[in-house]
Design a binder for this molecule. Structure first.
Ligand SMILES: [Zn+2]
Length: 497
């Protein structure tokens, strides 16, 4: 909804109040799901869930995505499901097969208030989670805590607007979530996406809440990593300060950062949270690996979640590629990594672009098409996307005598689309680039984003930033041009005032 006019807002609020008052309590009960989640100390690989919801489309289900293409999706891990009416009558239901990804048909009239009871068994690690993005995308039960993803927990009926969530867990356990809690200890997910697409941590872990601007950051850190707590907090504060300068501050909300020890480094962002898995080895030396991942996932709060695609796959080149560009750039801007490491980072993504455009033994794809199979086209999407971000940043700065940059494009995308909850397309990104630069980038987008055959001349673009671009096969080397002290690159690696 695009409400620029405050009077429109007041009228809408008035209408909502009138509608709500007319429908009274029944309307309220129709839209709010309630969940009670019980986990016992001695069987913490099982959550027992009791839910109340209103049936729509004769369907109850779990979210379709985020699992490694299991036929029954997240429902694979649901046991002992029972469905009853409010007065306790059994309601027949059946699991739908054939790519329904975890959906049940329920034999009751739509609008019926149903009571569900089920168990979720946390044996997700028995499956290969790589096709879903890695182990950071699934629940992990450690000795001390449950590092969960909310996709694994909630069965809902289509049209759910929000939900109340209560926990029944051992008294010495902590809860870390981005949902708000009321005085009675009940949590509230204010949208369907907030309910089903978040991290959640229960158990004994290192919990720390800090603020950055208006944002409450809830850290849930695996006890094995407690010694690095201040490192993680300092890093996130620095990166959020850098992102605030791009997006005009942080949002007024809770945001959960769940960090656990693992045998790989990776991250996965959700609606108001991200999961980070990290190898406990040479943390001080490996900032470019784990801190880049943390910065990347945090940047997704804006790019990928707040600003999100009408058809997300079509704009992965932007939501992933530009996020990757900004994670590296922000680490450089905040001084977390030195310039030689940042140049290496850029060389890597440029190389991924060159490899996939010039050396790939398979048919060429456009950046837009590549999003259809993210896992398979990872190199092109992330490498090509970040290359486009770098190229556009340099072009915009060159065209505007450095008075505008890609930062202004990101801010415009946030205010024009994110703030108004309008979904983006590749055309929206091009319009924003045109508006900020004052030039028409139709040809550029046609060739390099929508098109699959043209390859960007990176040497020319790097030269505009004052950088040498040297290439041998897939090896890329960037360096400062000699004899030119004032190069554009210096301005790029400084934050906006
Ligand atoms: Zn990402």
């Amino acid at each position: 909804m695009n409400l620029k006019n405050i009077n429109q807002k007041i009228i809408i609020i008035f209408l909502l109040v009138v509608c709500y008052t007319v429908n009274g309590q029944s309307n309220k009960s129709e839209i709010t799901n309630t969940y009670k989640i019980k986990v016992e100390k001695n069987s913490k690989d099982i959550a027992r869930v009791e839910a109340a919801l209103t049936l729509k489309d004769s369907t109850i289900r779990m979210v379709a995505w985020g699992h490694p293409w299991l036929e029954d999706g997240w429902a694979t891990f649901v046991k002992k499901l029972s469905v009853k009416t409010e007065d306790g009558k059994e309601v027949p239901f059946s699991l739908v097969k054939n790519k329904a990804w975890g959906k049940w048909k329920v034999s009751a009239a739509n609008g019926t208030r149903l009571k569900l009871s089920y168990e979720v068994h946390f044996n997700h690690k028995d499956y290969d989670w790589n096709p879903a993005g890695g182990i950071d995308s699934r629940p992990e039960i450690t000795e001390d805590a449950l590092f969960l993803v909310s996709k694994a927990l909630f069965i809902y009926s289509p049209g759910v607007k929000n939900a109340k969530i209560k926990f029944n867990i051992p008294s010495n356990w902590e809860i870390a979530t981005s949902w708000k809690k009321n005085k009675k200890g009940v949590y509230f997910a204010d949208s369907w996406i907030s309910l089903v697409n978040n991290a959640l941590v229960l158990g004994n872990f290192d919990k720390k809440i800090v603020t950055n601007g208006q944002m409450n950051l809830v850290f849930a850190i695996d006890k094995n990593l407690s010694k690095y707590k201040q490192r993680f907090i300092d890093l996130m504060q620095k990166q959020l300060n850098a992102f605030s300068k791009i997006f005009g501050g942080t949002p007024n909300r809770n945001y959960l950062i769940a960090i656990r020890k693992a045998n790989e480094d990776d991250g996965e962002a959700f609606e108001g949270s991200f999961n980070q898995v990290i190898i406990d080895n040479r943390i001080e030396d490996r900032y470019i690996v784990w801190a880049n991942t943390m910065a990347h996932e945090m940047f997704h709060y804006w790019n990928g979640n707040y600003i999100s695609g009408e058809n997300p796959k079509d704009t992965y080149w932007f939501t992933e590629g530009f996020t990757e560009y900004y994670s590296g750039l922000s680490l450089m801007r905040t001084g977390v990594v030195p310039e030689n490491i940042y140049l290496k980072k850029m060389e890597r993504f440029l190389s991924r672009y060159i490899i996939t455009k010039k050396m790939w033994p398979v048919d060429q794809l456009s950046l837009v098409e590549a999003g259809k199979e993210k896992h398979k086209n990872w190199l092109l999407l992330y490498g090509g996307g970040a290359t486009m971000a770098l190229a556009l940043d340099i072009e915009i700065r060159t065209l505007t005598n450095n008075s505008k940059s890609l930062d202004d494009v990101m801010l415009l995308m946030k205010t024009k689309y994110g703030d108004n909850q309008i979904k983006i397309t590749t055309a929206s990104i091009m319009e924003a680039v045109n508006e900020v630069s004052g030039e028409d980038f139709t040809e550029f987008f046609k060739k390099y984003i929508y098109g699959k055959n043209d390859v960007l001349n990176i040497e020319d673009i790097a030269s505009k930033a004052g950088l040498n671009f040297d290439q041998f096969s897939d090896e890329i080397y960037l360096s400062r041009k000699k004899g030119n002290e004032k190069i554009l690159f210096d301005k790029m690696i400084r934050s906006k005032k």
